[in-house]
Design a protein around this ligand. Structure first.
Ligand SMILES: [Zn+2]
Length: 364
């Protein structure tokens, strides 16, 4: 009798062990090189465990205490003990506290005074006191404010105006006005607009085409056109899919092909997910791989809130407590991608000119 090859599946138990192992092995290379972004690492690891239904494997009191000890006098959080405050780590801190139901342990007003202090007159946000401006920081500010139920503490209208000014002819977004479209930046901008209540301003059809063209023949997704091959990377599963989900176009991606790509990046002996097949796994890509899986609800990964990058169940709890507006999760009913051509309702002259040269599009 012929042996039937087993279907690939998410190695849940191995990934749990992997995350716990790299979180506790303080002598490991991974632990040493991630020292400056420890707080973000805690968010990736804790959220990945939450999606595996294993958050209780972490010592909640210890994690919450560590997060709180990273708060600086200005109200913002550094990436590790004694590090300067930064918008990126402030969001990670708020996300971790929300995961553990511990937002009440910090003074939300104090955190928001730090966040608001980084907003500039044009609506943009700096990452820290040194003034680098990037739409990533706009997203961090809006997400932080939303999770804390304090959107009124920042100028949301100005923040949204700035993000809209970063939209490009192809429907994508850059890190600043005129900056190149990139899938990571698209997520931060679409997420920021979703939280700011301005999702309707996105040119959804153009952007959804640009996003679905990120899928490569191997099923994985890349971050932008014209990147050298092999270019698919597991983390783009999240950047692209979350934006597609918010635009209600996630069905335009071949989900089964993407799932197989993500599963091919698993370390099936030691656990963890890498950026590409054959590479060494890390916590960041393990988390992003799981989030990519979340879209179909396959492999038992529960839905995630696409705008806040948090488990939907955590957001439901927060909404109940803070009367937050509902936002879209990564398990919606989106129509399938049209089989060929662009819908006739979307003739966009500049876009058509830009695409006059023949380009490959993967058939669905
Ligand atoms: Zn990556």
């Amino acid at each position: 009798m012929k042996a039937v090859a087993s279907e690939p599946a998410l190695a849940r138990a191995l990934h749990r062990s992997y995350i716990l192992r790299v979180s506790s092995d303080t002598d490991s290379f991974e632990f040493q090189v991630s020292e400056h972004l420890r707080l973000s690492g805690v968010y990736w690891g804790a959220c990945a465990l939450h999606l595996l239904g294993e958050l209780q494997s972490l010592d909640a009191a210890q994690v919450v205490s560590f997060v709180r000890s990273c708060q600086r006098g200005c109200g913002g959080f550094g990436g590790n003990l004694g590090h300067d405050a930064h918008m990126l780590y402030t969001l990670s801190a708020v996300q971790v506290l929300a995961l553990f139901g511990a937002l009440h342990t910090v003074d939300a007003g104090r955190v928001m005074r730090y966040v608001a202090s980084l907003q500039r007159p044009d609506g943009s946000f700096a990452g820290d006191e040194w003034g680098e401006v990037d739409t990533r920081f706009s997203y961090c500010a809006l997400c932080c404010a939303s999770l804390l139920g304090k959107l009124g503490d920042i100028d949301v209208a100005a923040a949204v105006r700035y993000v809209r000014a970063c939209e490009n002819f192809d429907g994508g977004y850059g890190c600043e006005p005129g900056g190149e479209s990139h899938a990571g930046q698209v997520f931060t901008c679409v997420g920021a607009l979703a939280i700011g209540g301005e999702l309707g301003s996105v040119r959804s059809e153009e952007l959804a085409w640009w996003l679905c063209e990120r899928q490569t023949p191997g099923g994985g997704l890349n971050g932008r056109p014209q990147k050298a091959r092999p270019d698919a990377d597991v983390c783009y599963s999240w950047w692209v899919l979350s934006a597609m989900c918010l635009l209600r176009r996630d069905g335009w991606i071949d989900g089964e092909a993407l799932r197989r790509f993500i599963l091919s990046c698993q370390d099936e002996e030691e656990g963890g997910i890498a950026d590409k097949p054959g590479d060494l796994p890390d916590v960041f890509h393990t988390f992003f791989g799981e989030r990519g899986e979340s879209i179909h609800g396959t492999d038992g990964v529960p839905p995630i809130d696409a705008a806040h990058a948090m488990p939907a169940s955590v957001m439901e709890q927060l909404r109940a407590e803070q009367a937050l507006e509902p936002s879209r999760t990564l398990r919606g009913a989106s129509p399938p991608r049209p089989r060929r051509g662009r819908p006739s309702s979307v003739p966009h002259r500049r876009l058509q000119r830009a695409r006059a040269a023949p380009r490959r599009r993967q058939s669905s």
